[in-house]
Design a protein around this ligand. Structure first.
Ligand code: COA
Length: 329
């Protein structure tokens, strides 16, 4: 059987750093509140004119260089995002033009779970023989959708992009994947206006309906229930158990979520990766950015078993178990 293996990893972050103290000049909040409730100290914001496809293109070029490939070597591009540059064309097409790809390109929208869904798509394409080299990007600029007068949401998010090159290989690679969605409660986390249900109007703008709205406590409860469950299912699909995990790499939404998940899975906290302190919640980018951090800091070894686990609006969730096959940097 043909498997999909990660052969390239890349990241791209906007330059602008925004600290908790910076945010405290915009809304009634404090560095202490944000750090104790979320673990976040600072995050990156796109600058005026910088877009999700710019971030994605930067991460893609880094992943291609890491894999030692040219754009012409890639035969499928999948971009996971929920802050597309525009409703159409897809962000994938815009990235494609920026980096000189010629292959089919499309977006996957599963909010903060987008990267796991995109990995599933890429793995399926490779395992079925429909593609041999797939570029997968998680890119988001959610700070463009956030209401900077709403302290409940504006302190949480940051911008960035991460990318993997997945290639056909004899051994895995990507092992088991578990995906799920429950569309019965879209209001828990949504951007209500700007689509076909509520096209942009003066009223929707006046009502702030183009901003991201969230029931934080519901998301928290959903996350701490879902991450352990989907991780266990993906491990079972890989014939592995929690004890086999080298790293749990969850979507970086809140340090308290990560700590609760570690306790519920009885995993030592140091095996649950976190970089939320410096990046905040970068949505679809957070998992590949986390893997890139571990990889570039020399903390991944051949044979390590990683659980990449996402959750987000939809509601959606998913986990991919990966055996790390790249040589050390
Ligand atoms: N600064 C200061 N006070 C704030 C604040 C901020 N940035 N945001 C909210 N508060 C206040 C609230 O107004 C509330 O005040 P009140 O008691 O006077 O009404 C108080 O803090 C507690 O609010 P609450 O919403 O109960 O806080 P919380 O402990 O649930 O923490 C979140 C809020 C958002 C940090 C937390 O719910 C969370 O992380 N949820 C998950 C969100 C997430 O992961 N989203 C992305 C998913 S992909």
């Amino acid at each position: 059987m043909t498997h999909a293996a990660i052969t390239g990893v890349g990241a791209f972050l906007p330059e602008r750093i925004v600290t908790n103290d910076d945010l405290a000049t915009m809304v009634e909040t404090s560095d202490e509140w944000i750090r104790t409730r979320t673990g976040i100290r600072e995050r990156r914001f796109v600058s005026e004119g910088e877009t999700t496809s710019d971030l994605g293109a930067g991460a893609a070029l880094a992943a291609l260089a890491d894999a030692g490939l040219e754009p012409s070597d890639i035969d499928l591009l999948v971009v996971g995002t929920s802050s597309p540059d525009m409703i159409m064309p897809s962000t994938a097409c815009l990235v494609q033009a920026k980096i000189g790809l010629t292959c089919p390109a499309f977006d996957v929208m599963a909010a903060c779970t987008s990267f796991i869904y995109a990995i599933h798509t890429a793995t399926t394409a490779i395992e079925s023989g429909r593609a041999r080299r797939v570029l997968v990007i998680g890119a988001d600029a959610l700070t463009r959708l956030v209401d900077f007068s709403d302290r409940r949401t504006c302190v949480l998010f940051g911008d960035g992009a991460g990318a993997f090159v997945l290639e056909a290989s004899e051994g895995p690679g990507v092992l088991g994947i578990d995906l799920g969605s429950d569309g019965s409660r879209p209001e828990v986390l949504q951007v209500a206006a700007g689509g076909a249900t509520m096209p942009a109007s003066i009223q929707t703008v006046e009502d702030g309906l183009h901003f991201l709205s969230m029931n934080g406590q519901e998301v928290f409860k959903f996350a701490v229930r879902t991450i352990p469950a989907t991780t266990k299912k993906a491990l079972a699909a890989s014939d592995l158990s929690i004890d086999d995990l080298t790293w749990l790499i969850p979507h970086q939404a809140n340090q308290r979520i990560l700590d609760t998940v570690a306790d519920r899975l009885k995993l030592p906290h140091e095996r649950v990766f976190s970089n939320i302190e410096l990046l905040g919640n970068t949505s679809a980018a957070s998992i590949p950015l986390a893997v890139n951090d571990l990889y570039t800091s020399g903390n991944l070894r051949q044979g390590d078993v990683l659980a990449l686990v996402g959750f987000g609006a939809g509601l959606t969730w998913g986990a991919a178990i990966v055996r790390w096959t790249k040589e050390d940097l």
